[in-house]
Design a protein around this ligand. Sequence first.
Ligand SMILES: Cc1cc2nc3c(=O)[nH]c(=O)nc-3n(C[C@H](O)[C@H](O)[C@H](O)COP(=O)(O)OP(=O)(O)OC[C@H]3O[C@@H](n4cnc5c(N)ncnc54)[C@H](O)[C@@H]3O)c2cc1C
Ligand code: FES
Ligand code: FES
Length: 524
Amino acid sequence: MNSPHNAQEATSQPIRFYHRGEVVAVEGVRTTRSVLDWLREDAHCTGTKEGCNEGDCGACTVVLGELDAEGALQLHSVNACIQFLPTLDGKALFTVEDLQPQCAGACAAQSPGDGDALHPVQQAMVECHGSQCGFCTPGFVMSLWSSYEAHQQAGTRPSRQQLADDLSGNLCRCTGYRPILDAGQRMFDLPAVRLDRAAVVQALQGLRRGQGFAYAAPQALPEGQRLDWFHAPTTLDALVALREARPQARLLAGSTDIGLWVNKQFRDVGELIYLGNVAELRCIEQRGDALYIGAGASLEDAWRAIVRRAPTLADVWLRFASPPIRHAGTMGGNVANGSPIGDAPPILMALDAEIELRRGARVRRMPLADFYLDYMKNALEPGEFVQGVAVPLSAFARQVRGYKISKRFDCDISALCAGLAIALDGDTVASVRLAYGGMAATVKRAAQAEAALLGQPWTQATVRAAQAALALDFKPLSDMRASAAFRLQVAQNLLQRLWLETRASDPLPASATSVFSVLPHATA
Ligand SMILES: Cc1cc2nc3c(=O)[nH]c(=O)nc-3n(C[C@H](O)[C@H](O)[C@H](O)COP(=O)(O)OP(=O)(O)OC[C@H]3O[C@@H](n4cnc5c(N)ncnc54)[C@H](O)[C@@H]3O)c2cc1C
Ligand code: FES
Ligand code: FES
């Protein structure tokens, strides 16, 4: 039987998803058409707003529903501006229109006969004066709805700090946030209105595709028309075959990097192979003596698993972008993209992570520290892809810290990010890993500073020696995020902070800002 992913033989299938209570089938749109543009321009659902068009402001926040391996409905917020429409195939799309009174979609099934009543999220926003100019409001409402549904499902209530974390990807220039946080608490006091999950599950079951999904659309280019393919295999075997057969195609995971190439740089990304439907790639499990994180695991799930074993890393988790970005973006994408200011690589390097690469039947592993060759260059060969990362469990026995330095506290790219790990034998440094992002063309370990610490007593004098060695390890650049001098000074200061937090006498607490709000959830 022909696989639908053999591009020569495949026929294009319509993009099918559940939207406002019915299954929608879309054809003829380009493969990189954003969900936001489709909503506003094609479906004329203009409740969802466009602010930045790059995943930063949250005005375009929508909620996606999909079935997990057990067939249960999972909801998560994403930024519609950087999601490509074909990635919706088989999923449910919820927008602010789904919450309006008497809507034809999900909420008609939620609250039969409830006339003109607003959804509790909306009612709370009204009561608490959570909206002024209103431009950001649909995005906030959808982030709040996502939180509302999650907590109603779990029978819990979020703390104010948890709500603040949930809303960290939504910007408002008017309200000052307090009224919105008030609304986030108030919505749980109002009579509950729940999504009819059974109806959505039934619809999504009907959208399942046994053999994966292939979609093609003509793309107008100056030199003429070209047919662009979007392939979405559902098994690892199908992905491996497709990747080997089409090494020139671009791998697409969460599109939180690629979406910006399209929207901001107008790059032609050509043929796409989407990884998001390959269940094997999403796995997070203990394999032997390592924590294995599949490349397609969402950043949110991957960080949760890491923080469960190293709670001191909670701050980096919560300050890595925002919930919508972490729901869409993947650990594999962060590692493969290889930005020198990516936040996962320094942490993973400090944890001695290995990266697993796959091409055909060949699987090879290497230390993540060896994967990056030069600025945005890595060891991937044509036809190869990142299959996962493996973190030895022994690495969690060290004292691990992740320090993210950025201009804005929430949802900002790092000027510098440090992953630091140390194990002491009595007073002596028995092992040490110092990995920094933002200090060189790639994320890399500070070999000379590590050498200055290893085998030495863990004292202020030793720290001073390692700080001096850091200046030999790195010659950072000045750019819009920080000057070279600032970067070096901060990198050195973070060593001091590591010492203050891990010294034998009178250690300071590891001051992870939001750690107490997330720990109860860090159980996956
Ligand atoms: C608003 C915003 C905030 C952000 N904040 C942060 C932040 O705080 N810290 C940070 O580090 N990053 C941040 N990012 C960047 C981005 O979220 C991450 O790099 C993300 O992990 C990319 O993953 P993705 O799945 O979205 O990758 P995609 O965008 O789908 O792909 C990125 C690249 O990786 C390749 N790729 C993806 N998966 C694989 C694979 N399995 N094998 C081989 N190649 C693959 C793609 O071909 C592409 O070249 C932010 C982005 C936005 C838009
Ligand atoms: S429009 Fe700003 S995040 Fe999408
Ligand atoms: S109410 Fe005006 S931007 Fe939020």
